[in-house]
Ligand binder design. Structure first.
Ligand code: TNX
Length: 542
């Protein structure tokens, strides 16, 4: 080869020269190529950003309700301005999370955009054979936070957990900008009960749509999925019924202690239903009957069955009014009311009250409840009634809401009905915390924050097993409260405990552990201007 080259060299100087040029350009080319390959390689190895994460602990995170399973891997996901959300499967939920992050941290997080991002929050739909409508899984590592759920509802519940995992303040890392450290690990979660409710009595005192929206946002944060509205009572009628307009013209104008009352137009009610639905909360309308009907009969005296002259009532006694269970016009009235309300209520339930009908003859009560059940069913809804309805012969698809007599709940179960647990001694939010409480009653009990929390729904009544319990609900009657500040004094923090009793499996309910997590809610409560009762059982930050 060398000889050949020598020979070649000898042949001509010109050729020799051009060979040298070729050799030079080859070397030059390869050097440049090698150089740029090595630069590329270096680039790929270079970390996006050097972050030294402190060890954090997902198991110690203050999540309420406590999730089913939590595993910690002791590092962190840094939420910062370079984080993005990828949520093609559930885009609205991605947008909701981005907004919630902005509110808490002031970070603007891009959604579904092809932008450079160091860390990504993925929200994805997961197919599975198990029907876990509200279940979700979170897998959190240094550079990704993956929320998987079968349904948008499940993803929404998971987003609440993410919100709770974001610390209130940005942490110090070696990063040169603000970063909120979310502990790494895995959460597998699903609710113990599908029905987790809050009831508000808007009849004794009226609460506006705006006031309710604030409460709906708080319910969503703690994964409560039912808002039951007690819409009618002796002191007020709060929902427009177009075919019986005097209900609100007359009955909408009064409330306990002589306040001006109020009512929701059907448009306002629809707006409320939609606002709740966006947060995966179902509204259950209650029209209480045959008792608790003084305003209805005052508006239309032909409905009255108590034989006495009617007048506006602004006191707090119960059990003095009744419909006439033997008049056809009463059932025509109920048919119209149920028809109009169910037409604007997408949820599956209609609550007929049925409590404390002390001046209705027992046989009339039995007849009445059975007839009203058929009306509710005709309009395509499942009937719910307070536990007294079990005196009547009702269908096993109807639901009994236990508040007073355990024997009624047991009877319901024997007849194959599902039960909602709202035992007054444990779950009534209008009961005072103690003798010094500013608002509330105490006919059932004083309910301090620990008593409110320390009971296990599926072990509460012998003869009412878990399979028969639809869920739990905490009612707030409004004889002593008339605005959000007073409502919040009675509702918080107890309602947060009821949220946990509805969601968390009994093995994970623990007062000492809950107490620490409740203390950590102080930042959320104060940032949302929630006027909670600062119970001494919790060592709140001053
Ligand atoms: C009982 S609970 C009632 C309400 C009162 C409440 C006051 C139930 C079904 N009926 O009418 O507002 O007590 O705590």
């Amino acid at each position: 080869m060398i000889i050949r080259i020598f020979g070649f060299e000898k042949k001509s100087y010109k050729m020799k020269k051009s060979f040298r040029v070729l050799k030079f350009s080859l070397v030059y080319f390869f050097t440049i190529a090698l150089f740029s390959i090595s630069i590329q390689a270096c680039k790929q190895q270079e970390p996006k950003e050097k972050i030294v994460y402190p060890s954090t602990d997902l198991v110690a995170a203050s999540i309420i309700p406590q999730p089913l399973k939590v595993k910690a891997t002791h590092s962190a996901f840094g939420l910062d301005t370079n984080t993005t959300i990828y949520s093609k499967d559930f885009d609205k939920i991605g947008a909701y999370l981005s907004e919630a992050i902005q509110e808490k941290t002031a970070l603007t997080i891009a959604i579904n955009k092809e932008v450079k991002s160091d860390r990504t929050i993925y929200i994805q739909q997961l197919e599975s054979n198990e029907n876990e409508k509200e279940g979700y899984t979170l897998n959190i590592s240094n550079d990704s936070l993956v929320l998987s759920a079968q349904t948008a509802e499940g993803a929404f519940r998971g987003v609440q957990t993410i919100r709770q995992l974001i610390p209130e303040l940005s942490n110090d890392t070696l990063a040169d900008h603000k970063m909120w450290l979310i502990p790494t690990g895995q959460i597998i979660d699903k609710p113990n009960f599908g029905y987790r409710g809050f009831m508000l009595d808007v009849a004794r005192h009226f609460f506006s749509v705006e006031e309710l929206k604030k409460q709906i946002d708080i319910l969503a944060y703690y994964k409560i999925n039912i808002l039951h509205l007690h819409l009618t009572d002796d002191q007020g009628w709060r929902i427009e019924i177009k075919s019986w307009p005097k209900l609100t013209e007359v009955g909408g104008l009064s409330e306990v202690d002589g306040g001006e009352g109020g009512f929701y137009t059907q448009e306002e009610y629809k707006e409320l239903v939609a606002y709740a639905a966006e947060r995966f909360i179902t509204i259950i309308p209650e029209v209480d009957m045959p008792g608790h009907t003084n305003t209805a009969s005052l508006s239309y005296p032909e409905l009255n069955g108590n034989g006495k002259k009617l007048k506006q009532y602004t006191g707090t006694r119960v059990g003095f009014s009744t419909f006439d269970a033997n008049k056809e016009v009463v059932y025509q009235f109920i048919d119209d009311v149920v028809r109009e309300i169910t037409a604007i209520t997408p949820g599956p339930y209609f609550h007929i009250g049925g409590d404390e009908s002390h001046v209705t003859k027992k046989k009339d009560y039995i007849h009445f409840v059975a007839k009203v059940e058929k009306i509710v069913q005709k309009h395509g809804k499942i009937m719910i009634g307070w536990d007294e309805i079990t005196q009547s012969s009702i269908d096993s698809t109807t639901i009994a809401q236990h508040w007073s007599e355990e024997k009624n709940a047991i009877k319901a179960v024997k007849n194959g009905l599902k039960v909602i647990l709202s035992p007054a001694k444990r779950a009534y939010l209008d009961m005072q915390y103690d003798k010094k409480s500013k608002y509330g009653l105490h006919w059932a009990a004083y309910i301090p924050v620990d008593t409110a929390y320390q009971w296990i729904p599926e072990m509460h009544i012998e003869g009412v097993p878990k399979e028969s319990i639809l869920g739990i609900e905490a009612p707030l009657w409004s004889e002593t409260i008339s605005n959000n500040e007073e409502l919040e004094y009675l509702a918080y923090p107890r309602l947060i405990g009821y949220a946990e009793l509805g969601w968390t499996s009994k093995e994970n309910l623990d007062w000492e552990h809950y107490k620490k997590r409740l203390k950590a809610q102080q930042y959320f409560l104060e940032s949302k201007d929630i006027k909670y009762y600062p119970t001494k059982l919790i060592d709140w930050k001053k």
